[in-house]
Design a protein around this ligand. Structure first.
Ligand code: CUA
Length: 398
């Protein structure tokens, strides 16, 4: 190889090396960037989870903020189990960390002492968990029995009926005077409310439904719902063909939101409701008002709406005092909510829309299937004028 060739050869080799080094540096940088990004993503997730646990106010559906004796006794049980779990976590993790750091491999060839079986340790890790489980089981079973106890004659009896996708509340006994509401359970404070719960389909023979194919899909049999007002009590499944009982009670007046907590179909997420607790005297007043007939529509647009209500298919499913639905007035055949005091409610359509928002009401009347898929409310093909008239009528129903 001539000097010239040799130089060129060396030059090209170092050029290759330079390129390789630059390439290494680039891929190193890329690798570092990737690691940094992964680390940031991991921290963001951890931080997000931690921060989510920091909210302290405006938690209308926190089971950790009980608002009555039933929820409070369930919460006490939760606290007990939580702190036991924290203690177990700290002790077990502490021992793992101790083992990892204190007995880590420090180089050298020493092989640790080999052991097989340790009776004392094995007894310990059998007996201690058994004691923990017994410690949790005793208060749990005691609480279950306490909560299942009949609240007695003082309680207000209310029948809760889960339907697709809304809740109906019927006040039973002399106290209740047969008042029926939808998606709003009004209760007095400081008094046990005994709930008789069931799931009914609106499927009982209803000539209106069968003769009007445009009234929508054939109505299915009842499905399982779950009644859940986190601040007042734990969940209770509502099962077709069974009566389930539970007691709730609120200490303070207020609005306690609840929701269906068991997947029950397309609009399961739109099956919400409110429990509204009043001072006892205020509650009695509310109940008395509910027994009053709806305000009669007073001419004009509202009267037009009233006429529409009766001539359209509305009356097939919705009762307003004085009118029964086409199928009668029993809970089994009430397909849609009773509307006597519609305008006095906060929400409608399973607690998802504001009664006070005329646009939401219009959207619902125009195309219920769009705003609440799978609901039993069919698209009625109403014109804007009809919607306006019906709304005007509904807003007279204080
Ligand atoms: Cu009803 Cu989910």
């Amino acid at each position: 190889m001539s000097q010239r060739h040799l130089r060129r050869f060396t030059d090209s080799r170092s050029a290759v090396r330079r390129t390789a080094v630059a390439g290494d540096a680039r891929s190193d940088a890329r690798g570092r960037l990737r690691t940094a990004r992964r680390r940031w993503s991991a921290w963001t997730v951890v931080l997000g989870v931690l921060i989510a646990g920091c909210a302290t106010n405006d938690l209308p559906q926190s089971a950790l903020d009980p608002a009555g004796p039933v929820a409070a006794s369930q919460d006490r049980l939760w606290d007990l189990v939580f702190w036991i779990a924290v203690a177990v976590f700290v002790i077990v993790q502490g021992m793992i960390l101790l083992a990892v750091f204190r007995y880590r491999d420090r180089g050298g060839d020493d092989i640790p002492k080999q052991v097989a079986g340790n009776t004392r340790l094995e007894l310990m890790w059998t007996v201690i968990p058994a004691l923990i489980l017994i410690g949790i089981a005793i208060p749990t079973v005691r609480t279950i029995f306490e909560l299942a106890r009949d609240p007695g004659d003082q309680a207000l009896d209310v029948r809760v009926i889960g339907k697709q996708y809304w809740w109906e509340f019927e006040y039973l006994g002399d106290d209740g005077q047969g008042v029926v509401t939808a998606n709003e359970l009004h209760i007095p404070t400081g008094r046990a409310i005994a709930l008789d719960m069931q799931s009914l389909s609106a499927t009982q023979p209803d000539p209106g439904i069968e003769e009007n194919p445009e009234l929508g899909q054939p109505v299915s049999d009842g499905v399982i719902h779950s009644f859940w007002v986190p601040r007042l009590a734990g969940k209770q499944d509502v099962v077709p063909g069974h009566i389930r009982r539970m007691t709730i009670q609120a200490d303070e007046p207020g609005t306690y939101p609840g929701q269906c907590a068991e997947f029950c179909g397309l609009s399961h997420a739109r099956m919400r409701f409110q429990v509204i607790a009043h001072e006892p005297a205020e509650f009695e007043q509310w109940l008395a008002d509910q027994t009053q007939p709806a305000d009669a529509a007073s001419g004009g647009l509202a009267a037009e709406g009233q006429e529409l209500f009766q001539s359209q298919q509305c009356i097939t499913c919705h009762a307003i005092d004085g009118y029964e639905t086409a199928a009668g007035s029993a809970a089994e055949v009430r397909i849609g909510p009773e509307l006597t005091h519609f305008a006095g409610r906060n929400t409608f359509a399973g607690g998802i829309f504001d009664v006070d928002d005329p646009e939401q009401l219009a959207a619902w009347l125009r195309n219920p299937q769009e705003v609440k898929p799978g609901s039993q409310m069919p698209n009625l093909g109403l014109s804007d004028e009809q919607i306006e008239a019906l709304s005007a009528y509904l807003y007279t129903l204080e």
